[in-house]
Write a protein that binds this ligand. Structure first.
Ligand SMILES: O=C(O)c1cc(C(=O)O)oc(=O)c1
Length: 307
C-alpha cells in the first residue's frame, strides 16, 4: 500500500553526529519506535498521522552509531493495535530489543504468549487526545489484568493537565507503571510548582511508578535545540529531569524517541540528544542507573539473575 505522509511531516535527522558522551557499556535506548515500512506493515486506518517510514534496519544502525546496545521499541499510535512491525523488529534483533505493544481487551492467552516469546514486556495506554480515540478505562483495566500475570508493565502517555483526572486509574493498576516523557510537564511552569509537584507526589506515594526522562525536544520551549554541536540543549527541561533523576534514581529510564513523531519545529540531531543525558545525569553512578541498570531490571531481568 502507498501512503502519503502528513503535510509538514519532519523526517528524522539524516546523519546524526557521534555523541561526545560515551555511554556505559550495555546502554539501553528505552523509548524508540519503528514506522512500517508502510508497504510491508500498513499504517492503521484509525491513525491520526501518517509518518515517513522508519525501519528496523535504520533503528539498529542508529543504535550502533550512537553507542547503545539495546532498544525498547514502543508501539506508535500510527500502527494502532497492529503490532506486526514491532514484533518483526524484535524478532530481527537477536534478543537485543524488547517491546511494548498496544492491545485490545479481547486478546487471547495464546496471543499474549506469542508476544512474550517475541520479547514483548509491556502494554501502552495512550491518553493524548491528538493521538488516539478514547478507550474506556474498564477496557484498559481488563488489558492490565490480563498482562499482569506475565510480569509485564503498563506504559502510560498523558499530558500534565490530565493527571488529576487519571490519578485514580493509574494508582489502581496492578503492575509496574512507566510514564512516558515525565508526564509531559509544561516546563514554563516552576519545577517545584503545583503541576510538577503533583507528578513527583505520584511517584513518591507509589513505588511501582517509573518515569522516562525522555523527549526534551518535545517539552522544551526555549531550547537551544540539539543541533549544530549544541552541548547544552533544552536547558529549560533539564531541572525537571534532574529532579526525577535525583529523587528516584532507581525508577528512571531514558530513550531517544527516534524517529520523533509529530515534531513541528525542528528535528534533533540524535547524537546531541545522547549528549543531553550528561546534563540530567552528570555522575557515572546516575548514568549507569539510567541507561543500564534500570532498563535491564525492567526488560531483561533474567540476564541479571543469571550473573
Ligand atoms: O508526542 C507524540 O506525538 C508522540 C507520539 C507517539 C505515538 O504516536 O506513538 O509516541 C510518542 O512517544 C510521542
Amino acid at each position: 500500500m502507498e501512503f502519503e505522509v502528513t503535510p509538514g511531516w519532519l523526517a528524522f535527522y539524516p546523519n546524526p553526529s557521534k555523541p561526545k558522551f560515551v555511554m556505559p557499556a550495555g546502554a539501553v535506548d528505552a523509548h524508540c519506535h519503528v514506522f512500517g515500512p508502510g508497504a510491508q506493515f500498513p499504517y492503521a486506518p484509525e491513525r491520526k498521522y501518517t509518518p515517513c517510514d522508519a525501519s528496523k534496519e535504520q533503528l539498529f544502525a542508529l543504535r550502533d552509531h550512537l553507542g547503545f546496545s539495546r532498544n525498547v521499541i514502543v508501539q506508535a499510535t500510527c500502527h494502532g493495535k497492529d503490532n506486526r512491525a514491532l514484533v518483526d523488529a524484535l524478532l530481527s534483533s537477536n534478543g537485543m530489543a524488547r517491546g511494548v505493544v498496544t492491545l485490545s481487551s479481547d486478546v487471547t492467552e495464546a496471543e499474549l504468549q506469542q508476544l512474550h516469546e517475541a520479547g514483548v514486556r509491556g502494554v501502552r495506554f495512550n491518553f493524548v487526545k491528538r493521538l488516539v480515540d478514547f478507550t474506556p478505562k474498564e477496557e484498559l483495566l481488563k488489558v492490565a489484568q490480563k498482562i499482569a500475570p506475565l510480569g509485564w508493565h503498563v506504559v502510560v502517555y498523558f499530558e500534565a493537565q490530565d493527571l488529576p483526572e487519571l490519578w485514580d486509574f493509574f494508582t489502581e493498576l496492578p503492575t509496574t507503571v512507566v510514564v512516558d516523557h515525565m508526564g509531559r510537564p509544561d516546563v514554563s511552569k516552576p519545577v517545584d510548582g503545583e503541576e510538577f509537584n503533583l507528578f513527583v507526589r505520584l511517584m513518591q506515594e507509589h513505588p511501582n511508578i517509573w518515569s522516562k526522562l525522555s523527549c526534551p525536544e518535545r517539552l522544551s520551549k526555549t531550547g537551544p535545540a540539539a543541533l549544530n554541536g549544541e552541548q547544552h540543549a533544552y536547558q529549560d527541561v533539564v531541572p525537571f529531569a534532574r529532579r526525577l533523576m535525583q529523587e528516584f534514581p532507581d525508577r528512571v529510564l531514558f530513550g531517544t524517541d527516534w524517529p520523533h513523531p509529530n515534531l513541528k519545529d525542528h528535528m534533533p540531531d540524535d547524537g546531541l540528544l545522547v549528549d543531553y543525558v550528561v546534563q540530567i545525569a552528570p555522575t557515572a553512578d546516575e548514568q549507569q542507573a539510567l541507561l543500564v541498570d534500570n532498563p535491564m531490571r525492567l526488560y531483561w531481568p533474567e540476564e541479571l539473575r543469571s550473573e
